[in-house]
Design a protein around this ligand. Structure first.
Ligand code: FMN
Length: 345
C-alpha cells in the first residue's frame, strides 16, 4: 500500500507545494502537507482555497487535518477531498501550546473516545484512505499508542504513523523506536515509523529494528531534500552516496526559492518566509557563518543570490556557477547519483 520505504513528514511552514514537489522529485514515496485546521477550512477563515490545489507531479500526497471538534472533521475532510489528494491524515501529535490548548493535536491522546469519533467521522465522510499520525502519548506515564492505534484502525484508519515521542518530550529527547516495534507487531495496517531518522543508516536501522513499513523524515529533509535519493539508494544497494557538491546544493536552494516565487506570483515577501529554509541548506559548510547571517537578513531574491555568489567567490576551490546555470532545473541536475524521479510513480 505504501509505494516506497521513505516518506516526507508533514511540517508546518515547510511542506508547501514547492517543497513537496522537490522531495517527490528526489524520491519521497509520499509527501504530506502541513497540518490544516478543520475550523479554518469549515469557516473559511484562512482564505486558503487557492492554496489547496495540488500539482500533478506531487502525488501520492496526503492532506493533514488537525482540530478538536468532531463535527468539523467530516466537513473539512470532504472539502479537502475535492482537491483529490491520495489520502487524508489526521494529526494526533502536535505538541504546540496553541493547538493542545484548544484540545487538538497531542491533547486528543488524553481522550481516546474523542479520537475514535474523529477518525470515524473522517472515514465516513470520504472514500479516500484516512490515516493517522500520533505521538506515543501525552507523557511517559500515559503511553496510549497501543489503544489509540487500535481504536483508530477499528474506526477505519488505513495506516498509522507513530512519532515515537510523547508530547512532553517535544522534539529533543531521543525517539524510542521500540514503541514502533510494538505497534508493528500488533497492527494489520501499515505502520510508518517516525523520529530521528537523519541518514540512510538511520533509515535502515529503523526499518530493521522495528519492522515498520516505511520511515518518515522530518527535520532530516530540511535543506537536504536529496536525502530521499540517498536513502533509497542505500536501501536498494547498500551504496552510501556522498552529499552533493556545494554548488549543486546552492542550485537546489536557488531553485527552491525560485519555485516558491513562481508559486506566489513573485511576491518578494516570500524571501522572508524562506530565510530559515535557505539557511538550512548551508548548515555545516566551511565558514558558512557569515553566509547564514546574510540569508537570514535577506529581503529579496537578489540578496540571496549575492550571498551565495560571495560565498563561492571566497571559496575559490569550489567549482563556479555562472550565467544561466543558476536557473537550470533541479530535475536536470546531474549529481551523478540522482535517481530517476519518476521511478516511484
Ligand atoms: C517545523 C516543524 C513543523 C512540524 N509540523 C507538523 C505538522 O504540521 N503536522 C505533524 O503531524 N507534524 C509536524 N511536525 C512533526 C514532524 O512531522 C515529525 O513528526 C517530527 O519532526 C519528528 O520527525 P524527525 O525526527 O524526522 O524530525 C513538525 C515538525 C517540525 C520540525
Amino acid at each position: 500500500m505504501i509505494p516506497g520505504l521513505v516518506v516526507l513528514a508533514p511540517m508546518a511552514g515547510i511542506t508547501d507545494i514547492v517543497f513537496r514537489r522537490l522531495c517527490r522529485r528526489f524520491g519521497a514515496a509520499i509527501v504530506y502537507s502541513e497540518f490544516l485546521s478543520t475550523d479554518g477550512l469549515v469557516y473559511n477563515t484562512m482564505n486558503q482555497e487557492h492554496k489547496l490545489i495540488l500539482a500533478d507531479d506531487e502525488h501520492p500526497v496526503a492532506y493533514q487535518l488537525f482540530g478538536a471538534r468532531t463535527e468539523t472533521f467530516a466537513t473539512a475532510a470532504r472539502q479537502l477531498a475535492t482537491f483529490k489528494p491520495d489520502m487524508i491524515d489526521l494529526n494526533f501529535g502536535c505538541p504546540v501550546k496553541k493547538v493542545v490548548g484548544k484540545n487538538g493535536g497531542a491533547a486528543i491522546l488524553k481522550d481516546l473516545e474523542l479520537m475514535a469519533r474523529i477518525v470515524h467521522e473522517a472515514c465516513s465522510a470520504v472514500s479516500l484512505p484516512v490515516t493517522v499520525k500520533m505521538r506515543a502519548g501525552w507523557d511517559h506515564e500515559n503511553l496510549v499508542y497501543h489503544d489509540a492505534a487500535h481504536a483508530a484502525v477499528a474506526e477505519g484508519a488505513q495506516a498509522v504513523t507513530l512519532h515515537a515521542r510523547t508530547r512532553v518530550d517535544g522534539y529533543e529527547t531521543a525517539a524510542t523506536w521500540s514503541y514502533i516495534t510494538d505497534l508493528k507487531r500488533e497492527l494489520k495496517v501499515p505502520v510508518i515509523g517516525n523520529g530521528d531518522v537523519n541518514s540512510p543508516e538511520d533509515a535502515k536501522a529503523m526499518l530493521d529494528q522495528t519492522g515498520c513499513d516505511a520511515v518518515m523524515i522530518g527535520r532530516g529533509a530540511l535543506g537536504r531534500p536529496w536525502i530521499f535519493a540517498q536513502i533509497n539508494r542505500y536501501l536498494e544497494s547498500g551504496e552510501l552516496l556522498p552529499e552533493p557538491s556545494i554548488p549543486d546544493r546552492i542550485c537546489v536552494a536557488w531553485q527552491h526559492l525560485n519555485d516558491k516565487l513562481a508559486d506566489t506570483g513573485h511576491d518578494p515577501g516570500v524571501v522572508r518566509l524562506m530565510r530559515k529554509q535557505l539557511a538550512a541548506y548551508v548548515k555545516g559548510w566551511d565558514g558558512s557563518h557569515a553566509l547564514k547571517a546574510r540569508l537570514m537578513s535577506a529581503g529579496d531574491p537578489g540578496e540571496i543570490r549575492e550571498a551565495f555568489r560571495d560565498y563561492l567567490a571566497s571559496h575559490p576551490d569550489l567549482p563556479r556557477i555562472d550565467g544561466d546555470e543558476w536557473i537550470r532545473e533541479y530535475v536536470a541536475l546531474d549529481f551523478g547519483w540522482l535517481q530517476n524521479p519518476t521511478r516511484l510513480n
